[in-house]
Design a protein around this ligand. Structure first.
Ligand SMILES: Cc1cc2nc3c(=O)[nH]c(=O)nc-3n(C[C@H](O)[C@H](O)[C@H](O)COP(=O)(O)OP(=O)(O)OC[C@H]3O[C@@H](n4cnc5c(N)ncnc54)[C@H](O)[C@@H]3O)c2cc1C
Length: 345
């Protein structure tokens, strides 16, 4: 019989809570974090399942696949879990068509045909100045794909996760740690899910921030139902993601930036993201349903750190941080990998 351990999960974001959920059947678990659940930075994720800003290794793809399976289940009860399935189109203006390494994972994935791609290169768009049209003509959409993927309204999903772990008798403690070794006398094992906080807590100099920003509108009559990503838009990254009762419009991925100042310009963003969505071009700044979101994707130059470490405290530490732009998407697969590492200790 496996022995029950006293486990401290450091971090109450999507990664830590998911880990706590997975391991709490076998162990006595306490989640320790400065900010827990919907208060953690995870609430800022647009939270569409994808593999983004993490190296696409076999391991990462297997975590993404395991997570996707779980999200399909959670989406069956979307009003409770805050997870639903959305359809989207991702467009690319650089390089030649490239089937993504993870294309076999979602239930629906189709490369766009040349005819479909052509529909994203219109000669005229109502309301767009001719200078903009000339710039777009110099950088046409070259390829793209259609996908169905799970997406979460993170405030609801994190609340559901937090409530679920509490129902599984996981203790939750709000506190800031200066070092993981503070926990060595009370626990047998630490799971370090401190996100970008790992930069100081471990400390780990490979942690790199990638700032992201977006506006949030209320869904209304005529609003789109399919999301569109246009990362290579010559004016800067552009996306429009409808999920549940909101439409998120962004965005950016600024390497090395960790300030939380809003620098995204409303008019520019709407013009870029609204290129294929007349409804969006008709919105005004007062149509925003809540304040703009500015967050940090917790990236790491060496990719996700998921491994045991015996050097930081008198008890073992299992690291699970550095999920970049994919923390939601990898969370369940990583929690299973942590479970396997605990068995090996
Ligand atoms: C704009 C934006 C869009 C995104 N879109 C997507 C997307 O579409 N899909 C996707 O999969 N991902 C997306 N992401 C990325 C995703 O949000 C992150 O990868 C994920 O939230 C990381 O979760 P985490 O639990 O590791 O970190 P966090 O949510 O930051 O949690 C870290 C936890 O550790 C605690 N902590 C840290 N340091 C200490 C300390 N010293 N003492 C005590 N506690 C500490 C914190 O309080 C918190 O509880 C997006 C991110 C941004 C900013």
């Amino acid at each position: 019989m496996r022995s029950k351990k006293r486990v401290a999960v450091v971090g109450g974001g999507v990664v830590g809570l998911t880990c706590a959920y997975r391991i709490s059947d076998d162990h006595s678990v306490c989640v320790i974090g400065e900010r827990i659940g919907p208060e953690s930075d995870s609430w800022k994720a647009t939270a569409v399942w994808h593999v983004y800003l993490v190296p696409e290794t076999e391991e990462v793809l297997s975590w993404a696949q395991r997570s996707l399976g779980m999200f399909y289940e959670l989406a069956q009860d979307s009003s409770k879990t805050g997870v639903e399935l959305v359809q989207g189109v991702e467009l690319f203006r650089r390089g030649s068509p490239q089937v993504p390494t993870w294309s076999h994972i979602p239930r629906l994935f189709e490369m766009l045909t040349p005819e479909q791609v052509a529909t994203y290169n219109p000669a005229v768009v109502d309301g767009l100045p001719s200078d903009d049209m000339a710039m777009l003509a110099r950088h046409p959409v070259r390829w793209g794909y259609r996908i169905e993927a799970p997406a979460a309204r993170m405030d609801r999903y994190l609340s559901w996760l937090e409530e679920s772990v509490r129902n599984k008798h996981v203790e939750v403690s709000r506190q800031r740690l200066a070092a993981l070794s503070e926990l060595e006398s009370e626990f047998d094992l630490i799971i370090n899910c401190s996100g970008f906080g790992a930069r100081e807590l471990v400390p780990d100099r490979d942690c790199v921030p990638y700032k992201g920003q977006y506006f949030v509108l209320k869904r209304a009559d005529g609003s789109p139902s399919v999301y569109i990503g246009d990362d290579d838009h010559p004016g800067g990254m552009a996306y429009m993601i409808p999920r549940f009762d909101e439409v998120m419009v962004g965005g950016c991925a600024e390497q090395g930036k960790e300030d939380l100042q809003l620098t995204l310009d409303w008019t520019d963003t709407i013009r870029r993201a609204g290129l294929f969505v007349p409804w969006l071009r008709d919105r005004s700044q007062s149509d925003q349903s809540r304040p703009p979101v500015v967050g940090i994707r917790p990236c790491r130059t060496k990719g996700v750190r998921l491994e045991s470490d015996y050097s930081l405290a008198r008890i073992p530490v299992i690291h699970n941080y550095g999920h970049g732009g994919s923390g939601f998407s990898l969370s369940w697969g990583c929690a299973e990998a942590v479970q396997a590492l605990i068995r090996a200790i």
